[in-house]
Design a protein around this ligand. Sequence first.
Ligand SMILES: C[S@@+](CC[C@H](N)C(=O)[O-])C[C@H]1O[C@@H](n2cnc3c(N)ncnc32)[C@H](O)[C@@H]1O
Length: 216
Amino acid sequence: MTAQIAKKLSAPFPGIWARSYVSSKVKTDPLYGAVYEELRETGLPLLDLGCGMGLLAFYLREKGLNFPIHGLDYDARKVEAARRVTGLLGHRSLSFDTHDARGGLPEHVGNVSILDILQFFTPPEQETLLNLAADRVLPGGKLVIRSGLRDDSWRFKVTVAGDLLAKASFWMKAAPTHYPAAADFERILSPHGEVRIVPLWGGTPFNNHLIVLEVG
Ligand SMILES: C[S@@+](CC[C@H](N)C(=O)[O-])C[C@H]1O[C@@H](n2cnc3c(N)ncnc32)[C@H](O)[C@@H]1O
């Protein structure tokens, strides 16, 4: 099943590099499967902040979730790729726009996802973004986050090295700025609802965790 999805989702991307990246991401990273498990019972629209090339949206569609998804990313090349692939796959109710999340967020009510982007923000920017995102979650909805957590582990050091490599290879526009700690999420998000934090590194060496805010 995962191999089939990886094949289907990688095929529309142009160039061997992008296709290999998409295929390996879907096959080896537990991220999209974990987000699917969090959202499988919902019909609420999803706002995906830092959506990249729209992989989460395409993965959720392959898994049969049909709620509207609006992806935002400040990298116009990735937004363009996401739009092109949406057309090629014939999906409806998926939209992607170029937007810098440091400049605020559009109106939205439903669920929100923030996957692997917080490290590009300063601590005050992270706090502002998390509060803005939490304010957009409907009662009964979720804010689903993945982030590398700042701690003393070897995994954290590998996480930083991986993000620096992504910048050096021009895959990311920016180098990492600051990694939040588990306590930061508890402090900022607890006033909005229940917070859960669990490891989410699968077979990868990174210090990634899934952070879920459930708004009651
Ligand atoms: C590691 S990628 C993750 C992409 C996607 N969330 C996923 O998991 O497949 C980080 C993304 O965050 C985007 N990003 C970084 N800073 C941003 C900002 N200030 N506003 C919007 N997007 C941003 C980058 O362009 C990149 O696409």
